[in-house]
Design a protein around this ligand. Structure first.
Ligand code: HEC
Ligand code: HEC
Ligand code: HEC
Ligand code: HEC
Ligand code: HEC
Length: 426
């Protein structure tokens, strides 16, 4: 028998909702919306208790209830007496010293071992290396992501907008070098090591005092990292305005930021500009406390020039160039003068070269120098007219010695006059 399409006795139509139901639904809806907002908000800004619960649960899963009970609760801190500072990072980063959480998410992950072995957290804390705000108990505050905090966490947020060579991990090296600045190499600070080699290779000390040694054409860089961010002129800096970004751009092309600069464009690779900028930022005053400096060296170890070698040069035929300070930037190989930082050309042939390079005879060049030598002869080495005449005689003598040895030498065995390490910067 076919079922009737409509039952004969249709149920009574549902009653239209009444006023009371409207109110109930509205209240329920609002409660649901409020709960959603609450959960989302809590999820975005977890309290440290959330991370402690998470860590305890992870320890319980890995090692059982007893181990989990040993996980400390409540705010945790390390008193770094050498800095008179409390670091509370371990309140959330509870896993740093626990083996077995190498793959866990932050903040529960085990820390790299060798670093904490050399720098025990109970003495060093965390912020000496990472930056951030030690005492804060919320993540944004602790990570220094708040307006006006000058030591942001060295992480990928700090590196955003910088060339790819700058990553959170590499930026930590800036802080390493505050304590390790006088080492020529520090294991684990590879960008900084590279930058230190560049300072020697490019002859930065020809123009800059660094740790008390060097020239006076550019500013003293010994504590350049302490310069106030507001002292920089950012008006020509494209992109993000930070001190690090300023230095990166300045190393890329000094005159792009300081149009009348005599600092050469070294045509550095991108990662080298970042490495040098990091090195400059690390040249700031750090902890003075022995508990944080240990046996790290407190002064540059390697003298630029062997004292014995210097004495020999100063007593030889090129003594005028040594005494007058030209040796800071120039070799005069024909007279046995060797510069620690030869950023200028070998002066052996200068008596002739200025005609070709600057379209002036040597005496005129010394009276009206251009480029770097204008800065040198107006700021660093001031020559009286008599001394200018002496300089011409000395340069002529160097050229005579050069030609003499060149004509003595067999073909293919001519004394090599080293080309300048620097491109002409005019
Ligand atoms: C309120 C909890 C909390 C505190 C306090 C805290 N952190 Fe974190 N930290 C986190 C969380 C969560 C993450 C992972 C998510 C993120 O990067 O924000 C993290 C990530 C990190 C990272 C990795 C960042 C990255 O993206 O590579 C570093 C480094 C770090 N924290 C250092 C610190 C230091 C140093 C302190 C103390 C000054 C500190 N944290 C304090 C919760 C915290
Ligand atoms: C001696 C310097 C130093 C100290 C002290 C130090 N760290 Fe680190 N930390 C580093 C370096 C360097 C790295 C990157 C390690 C690597 O090569 O993976 C790192 C990595 C981290 C990471 C992972 C970040 C990432 O990019 O993967 C966190 C989180 C972290 N440290 C937190 C801490 C906390 C919390 C403390 C304090 C208990 C601390 N660190 C103490 C140097 C240090
Ligand atoms: C021929 C001289 C000369 C050489 C070589 C030289 N500089 Fe400079 N440098 C200057 C002068 C002049 C200034 C000031 C004008 C300017 O900011 O460009 C300067 C500015 C700087 C500044 C900015 C300082 C500040 O506080 O504003 C830094 C950093 C710097 N030099 C680093 C270096 C490094 C690192 C090297 C080697 C790779 C180097 N310089 C090589 C002449 C030189
Ligand atoms: C607050 C100062 C300070 C900071 C910041 C610092 N160190 Fe050290 N570091 C020390 C001291 C002190 C020693 C132990 C030296 C001693 O007394 O023998 C040391 C030792 C070392 C050693 C030698 C370890 C050994 O067993 O021989 C290395 C490598 C090292 N640090 C690398 C780093 C790196 C990489 C960073 C940055 C991630 C860093 N340091 C940050 C002070 C510091
Ligand atoms: C701070 C570094 C510095 C010092 C100190 C310095 N010079 Fe120079 N000098 C240079 C640089 C760099 C050049 C190349 C200039 C250029 O290309 O604009 C140069 C070029 C010259 C030239 C032109 C050479 C040529 O072949 O074209 C002469 C001549 C010269 N210097 C003489 C001297 C004398 C003499 C002294 C000592 C009184 C001296 N310089 C000290 C950096 C220096």
């Amino acid at each position: 028998m076919a079922r009737p399409r409509h039952s004969a006795k249709a149920p009574p139509p549902a009653m239209p909702p009444g006023r009371d139901d409207h109110i109930t639904l509205a209240v329920l809806g609002m409660a649901l919306a409020a709960a959603t907002v609450f959960v989302v908000a809590r999820d975005a800004r977890h309290d440290y208790r959330f991370y402690q619960r998470g860590f305890r649960a992870a320890v319980e899963r890995a090692s059982g209830t007893d181990a989990a009970k040993a996980v400390p609760a409540g705010p945790q801190q390390v008193w770094v007496s050498g800095l008179q500072r409390a670091d509370r990072c371990v309140t959330c980063h509870q896993g740093v010293g626990w083996a077995g959480f190498e793959e866990a998410d932050h903040p529960w992950r085990t820390h790299r071992r060798d670093l904490l072995a050399a720098h025990p957290p109970e003495r060093f804390g965390c912020t000496v290396c990472h930056g951030g705000q030690g005492w804060a108990l919320d993540a944004d505050g602790a990570h220094g992501r708040v307006a006006g905090w000058s030591e942001p966490l060295m992480d990928d947020v700090a590196a955003a907008g910088l060339p790819p060579a700058a990553t959170g991990r590499s930026l930590v090296e800036v802080n390493c070098n505050v304590c390790h600045r006088y080492e020529s190499r520090t294991a684990g600070a590879e960008s900084i090591n590279r930058a230190k080699a560049l300072v020697v290779e490019k002859g930065c000390r020809g123009c800059h005092l660094i740790n008390g040694r060097g020239g006076l054409i550019g500013p003293d860089l010994t504590w350049a990292g302490d310069k106030n961010p507001e002292q920089y002129d950012y008006s020509r800096l494209p992109g993000r305005h930070s001190v690090l970004a300023w230095h990166v751009e300045h190393f890329k092309d000094p005159r792009a930021l300081v149009p009348d600069s005599v600092m050469p464009n070294f045509h550095l690779a991108g990662e080298d500009t970042v490495a040098l900028a990091m090195l400059v930022l690390s040249w700031r005053r750090g902890p003075a406390d022995a508990s944080l400096l240990g046996r790290t060296p407190r002064a540059d170890a390697v003298p630029e020039v062997e004292p014995a070698e210097y004495e020999k040069m100063a007593a030889g035929p090129g003594s005028w160039f040594v005494r007058t300070g030209c040796v800071r930037c120039h070799d005069v190989s024909a007279l046995g003068v060797k510069s620690p930082t030869p950023i200028g050309p070998d002066l052996s042939t200068a008596a002739e070269d200025t005609v070709r390079r600057f379209n002036m005879p040597i005496d005129q060049f010394l009276r009206t120098p251009v480029g770097t030598m204008r800065a040198v002869l107006t700021r660093q080495i001031l020559l009286s007219p008599e001394q200018q005449a002496e300089a011409v005689r000395q340069l002529d003598a160097a050229y005579a010695a050069y030609r003499q040895s060149a004509s003595n030498a067999k073909e293919g065995d001519r004394p090599g006059v080293q080309a300048s390490r620097m491109n002409s910067i005019r």
